[in-house]
Design a protein around this ligand. Structure first.
Ligand code: SF4
Length: 318
């Protein structure tokens, strides 16, 4: 077996950063489905290049080797990680994309990280089932919280199901909350929100982001499931450039306005939800020059906001 594919591309080797919980590290494992792709990539998700995977179908052995690589590569930071995030270019809870053996092995490893208090797992809604969650619940430590990252992108069904062609219904989202709720706050949900997604810009997009946060807060309250939000300003990907050639990348000034409203909504609900501005792109942003100049201007604000969760950081610049 070729072991070199176990070593990831530089673009998926994220640096550890700080978020509202502490030091955070995202680890990208290989996808074990056919051709190493997310099963939805070909037929859904008009904006997503990540689901194309790494061009190689992974298996338990390869992912085991990848974890060994990570342990060496991140040897200095792993002992300090508080929030570990697990990706696999698809759904970590789908046994065809991440085998139960791999899931178990990663969970056991996360449980060995003394300072790690939160472990987030990316997944589509249909795999949020007891039998999949139980592998994680039973193998992490009791003091470690589990979060499932759900890429709902927008509360608006036309944006999500029609524009983005992500066939995730509100009924299915609510079912995921109902299941998570049976674990008495041990399992939380993180919503991924794409800011200024195709066909919506300006003030309408700002209001849409706020509505998505309120939608998540309502579900959090109803099912007593902790919630957080990952905020991703839209950038043109290979796929979305074909589908929406005229839709612009997100205006970051607008994103600050949206974040302000999102924070205000969270305060209004008296919810402990945190927001993480996700600016890593795994090199999928097709406008890398624009990205570089934007980050020169905003990265410091994003990083400070991610740590402090303080509205004043945004108010200073809007
Ligand atoms: S958005 Fe998620 S479900 Fe859709 S193709 Fe990408 S990785 Fe797969």
């Amino acid at each position: 077996m070729n072991t070199s594919v176990a070593i990831p591309e530089q673009s998926t080797l994220f640096n550890s950063v700080l978020d509202g919980y502490g030091r955070r590290l995202a680890l990208v494992f290989g996808n074990e489905f056919q051709d190493g792709r997310c099963p939805f990539h070909q037929s859904q998700c008009n904006h997503c290049d990540i689901g194309a995977g790494e061009g190689v179908q992974f298996n338990y052995e390869l992912n085991q080797q990848r974890l060994v690589f990570f342990q060496d590569y991140y040897g200095d930071v792993l002992p300090d990680i508080v929030h570990l995030v697990i990706y696999n270019s698809g759904s970590t809870l789908n046994k065809l994309e991440m085998s139960p053996e791999t899931l178990f092995y990663i969970a056991k490893y996360a449980a060995s990280l003394e300072k790690c208090k939160i472990v987030s797992w990316d997944s589509r809604e249909c795999y949020i089932k007891h039998k999949n969650l139980d592998v994680i619940v039973n193998n992490l430590r009791q003091d470690q919280q589990i979060k499932i990252i759900l890429g709902i992108e927008s509360q608006d069904e036309t944006i999500r199901m029609v524009n983005l062609k992500k066939l995730m219904s509100k009924e299915a989202i609510e079912k995921a909350f109902a299941i998570a709720g049976t674990y008495q706050t041990r399992i939380g949900i993180e919503f991924n929100i794409v800011f200024q997604p195709p066909e919506i810009v300006g003030q309408a997009a700002i209001e849409e982001a706020e509505k998505t946060v309120r939608y998540g807060l309502d579900l959090s309250q109803k099912y007593e499931v902790p919630i957080d939000f990952n905020f991703h300003p839209y950038y043109p990907s290979r796929k979305s450039q074909v589908m929406f050639p005229d839709h612009p990348r997100a205006q970051l000034e607008d994103s600050l306005q949206a974040l302000l409203l999102m924070k205000q909504a969270i305060a209004e609900y008296d919810n402990a939800a945190k927001i993480f501005i996700g600016w890593q792109d795994e090199a999928h942003d097709r406008e890398q020059d624009k990205r570089t100049s934007e980050l020169q201007q905003y990265l410091d604000i994003f990083n400070r906001f991610n740590i402090e969760q303080n509205i004043a950081i945004l108010q200073d610049v809007v």
